[in-house]
Design a protein around this ligand. Structure first.
Ligand code: ADP
Ligand code: MG
Length: 850
């Protein structure tokens, strides 16, 4: 359909729509008919697929084959039990992975984009996915176009279509119909396409195509999601691969040694394969995902919505947080506290400043007559109503209808409106002090005002200046240069925006955590500095830099000072990119906040891009790694803390699993070399792998944050998971566990105890439980932590202990596991020997502390 050729009436008719939009009922029917307005993504794994994936692991297949061979050759119970344990393993893996997928999907839902739609004559907000052809929607700068639309009304509308056409210069759009029969996508000037970005102005349009029917849908395959694995997962998977080679090598050696010692080959084969299955940490990458996804879920409750899982993992590495001022560090509850008018009696009884305030804004009224729009402008209107009246506001707006405008942008820091005044035109302009002084007709006005404005800014006020002029012909062409010039000065308004209380605490916390907070704002340097001082961002010796100064600095000069600068004032969003790059060049890990369209590049370039959930534009959200649902700086700090906590827990988990695995390998491998019989049966190994390692390992994820978590330096993002003594710990505690286990075996055999194997099995199991209790904290002793401070873990340990006792004492389990009930003294000996590992770990922590 050549939508660009049609006139509005014709389009409405074709799509069975009206100026009031579709009816709810029609829209619902249509939605069922054409489907959701979504691009088909790469297919998600179904639950069945997830389940069967658990068996894909090469070693598991080998184990099952070996079990079948062993079963056919001899004892079928072995085969059945191994099969049961493998299935159990798969079930656990399945539950975990399924949980992670669900959590990620839920997060995606919360972050879905919204659209403003006219239905039954009312303007409502809907998830974009529910749009259907015929819907009339309203769009403004910062929106991502949610479907293919034909523009019905355009005001200074510009759209960046690079996603579709590759053209990076925004295209201007109009509502006029175009006559051409054939038009390339880029030339369809009265259409806007799904997934393109509105960079300027606002528009009304009618949806003509949705979902896969859109232009972007036609090429959606090219947009398929990129790899979603995090750096840590990739490193872990890589490490796991290398480790498996080593484990397999050891198992082959084990088999060879056993064979030479005349062990029964089939049984030996089963033992060595079980060992390989147990020692290869194949589930580690999946478990890391689970930990990260669980963390992301906790973060949503703290108002931080994670868009990329990798952010959870890297949050803890942040060294610089660059934050917007307005709304993030402050409450965005603006209130005008001072005004200064310079021209009396313009229209009715109102002076020029009052007229300008009443006319120059984009505030709308909701159904309940609440003011909606930019908080700065709401404050101005509230001030007008307070000083004058609601009636005067309405009257003035009716009397001087707006016929044109130049919307505010943070580059010019100006906004202009044009109104019909009888047969002439009133042009009003408001903006930053310097922006207005630059365009005044009279220099004396400018000087007068600068002195006054400076005083207000030093008190921490946000200052806006107003200018106006009356002309008899509309400037033509209607450009910034032609309109915003030769103004008469109308007056000044000073408003306060109180800092958020909780931010002070958060900034202090950042300091102890080795994180520097930096304020970036479009506001005046005096205003910014006053607030930065109050918040504790700026102290003696720190630097304040303005956008202009920044522009004149070379990259080298800037890099020299970048670590000393705490406040950037009057900067444009483009300059944020320069700040991010300079900090990164200095080796910093940077988090940057942003809400506007122009913030997208710096959000993408930063290590953690943070968008605002309330005031943020779609474009900024799409470019971010994390969205603050409450726009609050303190939430970033909470997220950093949570990020460090999650990473800590992952490290503890890896520490636990890897130590256990190395103990198992060493025990099995060293025994024949030391002339001892093979200590454990395949079932014992698989049991330890599934139950003893599994249950407490998972519960480690509930461990509370270490006390000093916000008193340590940030971790380097490139740092290995095994740094900071973890590698050493795995080696020596693994060895200690093996020594304890083999010691028990040697001693029990020497004492001619018939239950030696059950004792070895029990000692290895219980040592691991002692170990997990010991590594709950990296430094604090278990006595300080208290047994009850991680109840899930205590529960898991007690449960595992009971299961172990069941395996030892229940007659049917004795048959399956080939165990024998231990006498009381044997059990006591086992428990005492097992405590050696816990004591060892406590000594290690003691040495670390001192
Ligand atoms: P920030 O969000 O960092 O406080 P902005 O870019 O929003 O900074 O604003 C920068 C300056 O632009 C403000 O100090 C003010 O002078 C001016 N300004 C802000 N909002 C408006 C507006 N709606 N219309 C005109 N000028 C504005
Ligand atoms: Mg702002």
């Amino acid at each position: 359909m050549r939508w660009w050729q049609l006139e509005t009436d014709n389009i409405l008719q074709k799509l069975e729509s009206t100026n009031d939009g579709l009816s709810e009922e029609f829209a619902r029917r249509k939605l069922r008919e054409v489907g959701a307005n979504e691009l088909e993504e790469k297919k998600r794994k179904t639950q069945v697929e997830i389940f069967f994936n658990q068996f894909k692991d090469f070693m598991i297949v080998v184990l099952l084959v070996a079990a079948v061979i062993a079963g056919v050759a001899g004892d079928l119970t072995d085969t059945i039990i191994i099969a049961v344990i493998v299935v159990l393993n798969a079930v656990v893996g399945f539950v975990q992975e399924n949980k992670a997928e669900k959590a990620m999907e839920a997060l995606k839902k919360i972050s879905a984009l919204q659209a403003h739609v006219r239905r039954d004559g009312k303007l409502i907000t809907l998830p974009s996915s529910e749009l259907v052809p015929g819907d009339i929607i309203e769009l403004e700068a910062g929106n991502v176009v949610p479907a293919d639309i034909r523009v019905l009304e355009a005001h200074s509308l510009k759209v960046n279509e690079s996603a579709l056409t590759g053209e990076s210069v925004p295209a201007e759009k109009t509502q006029k119909s175009l006559m051409q029969e054939e038009l390339a996508l880029g030339d369809r000037a009265n259409m806007a396409f799904k997934s393109t970005l509105i960079t300027n102005g606002r528009a009304k349009g009618i949806v003509v195509a949705t979902g896969m029917g859109t232009e972007i849908g036609a090429i959606a395959k090219m947009l398929q999601q990129q790899d979603e694995t995090t750096p840590l997962q990739r490193r872990m998977a890589d490490f796991g691969r290398k480790l498996s080679y080593l484990v397999i090598l050891i198992c082959i050696l084990f088999f060879a040694v056993g064979y030479l010692m005349k062990e029964e080959p089939l049984n030996l084969l089963l033992t060595s394969i079980s060992l390989a299955v147990a020692a290869i940490p194949e589930a580690l990458p999946a478990l890391i995902t689970v930990a990260l996804a669980a963390g992301a879920k906790r973060l949503v409750r703290k108002n931080a919505l994670i868009r990329k899982l990798s952010a959870v993992e890297t949050l803890g590495s942040v060294t610089f947080i660059c934050s917007d001022k307005t709304g993030t560090l402050t409450l965005n509850k603006m209130k005008v506290v001072r005004s200064q008018s310079y021209r009396t009696g313009l229209i009715n009884d109102l002076d020029a400043l009052e007229c300008c305030i009443a006319l120059n804004h984009d505030i709308k009224r909701s159904h309940e007559r609440k003011l909606i729009g930019d908080p700065t402008e709401i404050a101005l209107i509230e001030y007008f109503i307070e000083k004058s009246s609601d009636n005067n506001l309405a009257q003035l707006q009716n009397q001087l209808p707006r016929i044109a405008e130049l919307p505010f942008d943070s580059e010019r820091k100006l906004m202009t409106t044009v109104h019909r005044l009888d047969n002439r035109f009133l042009i009003t302009c408001k903006g930053a002090i310097e922006s207005i002084t630059n365009i005044l007709a009279d220099r004396r006005d400018a000087n007068l005002m600068l002195a006054q404005a400076d005083d207000m800014a030093k008190e921490g006020m946000r200052v806006l200046a107003y200018g106006y002029k009356i002309v008899s012909i509309m400037p033509d062409p209607f450009t910034i240069e032609a309109v915003e010039t030769d103004l008469v000065f109308a007056g000044l308004v000073g408003m306060i925006d109180p800092p958020r209380e909780e931010v002070k605490v958060a900034i202090a916390e950042c300091k102890t955590a080795g994180i520097t907070t930096v304020m970036i704002t479009g506001d005046h340097p005096a205003t910014a500095s006053a607030i930065a001082k109050e918040l504790g961002i700026l102290s003696h010796g720190d630097m304040v830099v303005t956008g202009k100064e920044l522009q004149s600095m070379s990259d080298d000069e800037f890099q020299k000072d970048v670590e000393k600068i705490r406040v950037y004032a009057r900067v444009s969003p483009e300059q944020k990119l320069k700040i991010v790059k300079a900090l990164q060049a200095k080796g910093h890990f940077v988090s940057m906040t942003g809400d506007g369209v122009n913030d997208a590049p710096s959000l993408k370039a930063s290590d953690i891009g943070v968008a605002m959930g309330i005031t943020g534009t779609d474009v900024s959200k799409e470019s971010s790694d994390m969205i603050l649902l409450d726009d609050n700086f303190a939430t970033i700090v909470k997220a950093v803390k949570e990020g460090r906590h999650i990473y800590d827990n992952i490290r503890k988990f890896v520490k636990y699993i890897m130590t256990c695995n190395s103990a198992e390998i060493l025990t099995m491998f060293l025994a024949p070399i030391l002339g001892l019989p093979i200590p454990l049966l395949p079932i014992h190994i698989l049991w330890i792998n599934l139950v003893t390692d599994g249950l407490p390992g998972l519960a480690l994820g509930s461990e509370r944050a270490e006390e000093d978590i916000m008193r340590r330096r940030p971790r380097k993002s490139s740092e290995s998971l095994f740094s900071d003594g973890i590698g050493v710990h795995i080696a020596w505690v693994g060895f200690l566990m093996a020594v304890v286990t083999l010691g028990t075996e040697a001693w029990a055999i020497q004492q001619e105890m018939p239950h030696w194997q059950t004792m070895v099995f029990t000692v290895l199991s219980i040592s691991q439980l002692g170990h997990v209790m010991g590594i709950r904290s990296d430094r604090r002793s278990l006595f300080r932590l208290g047994l009850f401070s991680n109840k899930p873990l205590l529960g898991a340990v007690v449960l595992t202990l009971l299961l172990q006792l069941g395996v030892v004492y229940l007659p049917f389990a004795n048959k399956i596991f080939r165990t024998q009930p231990l006498t009381l003294s044997e059990l006591a000996i086992c428990i005492l020997i097992s405590l050696v590992v816990l004591i060892g770990v406590e000594i290690e922590k003691g040495i670390k502390r001192s």
